[in-house]
Ligand binder design. Structure first.
Ligand code: SF4
Length: 55
């Protein structure tokens, strides 16, 4: 289980700076590497558009 970023992402970058394991990478929208994610939920808590949810 890992978190995922939805299409409603506006690529603000807030989550990437908060992830403790560096699992979030930049793109047209941001994405989470499921191999690195430890399911802490930090990113979901800081996303201003509510675009991160448990996969
Ligand atoms: Fe990173 Fe935690 Fe979000 Fe996984 S749930 S991508 S470890 S901040």
């Amino acid at each position: 289980m890992a978190y995922k970023i939805l299409d409603s992402c506006v690529a603000c970058g807030t989550c990437a700076g908060e992830c403790p394991v560096g699992a979030i990478s930049e793109g047209d929208i941001y994405s989470i590497d499921p191999e690195k994610c430890i399911d802490c939920g930090t990113c979901a808590g800081v996303c201003p558009t509510g675009s991160i949810e448990e996969a």
